[in-house]
Design a protein around this ligand. Sequence first.
Ligand code: AMP
Length: 142
Amino acid sequence: MTPYRYIVIVGCGRLGSMLANQLSRQGCSIVVVDRDEAAFRNLSTEFSGFQVTGDAAELAVLRQAKIDQADCLLAATRHDNVNLMVAQVARTVFGVPKVIARVFDPTREEVYRQFEIETICPTQLSANAFLAALQDQSEGTT
Ligand code: AMP
């Protein structure tokens, strides 16, 4: 159970919608932002949050999502540049206390750290999972 009550999620693709559905089920207030209205079809019928259609790189769109009241922002588009920009604005302009961004390029994680943005790197997580699977297999054959 997360302690965060009002969470803005940017990107309603596979990852963003999964996060939105699960956090909504936990009772959090969720606003999902996506520039493509069709992406909201990924939300489950039980999702009880709000949807904002627009480019999250625009301040007006983030304001519409009431980001100034959010205690957490998750940047979950598939674009590192968009995620960095949105996460940076959330931290520096709106002072959102907890900001986590999806970042595919592990070499860019240092940039995010400088802005006090936490990162989740799918590339690193996948590499770890592959290596762990190889480990298990070699253990199974010995
Ligand atoms: P996926 O890679 O399937 O998890 O989807 C990423 C989602 O992020 C898609 O639905 C895109 O429409 C959305 N997206 C990408 N860039 C932006 C942006 N600048 N503002 C809002 N949504 C975006």
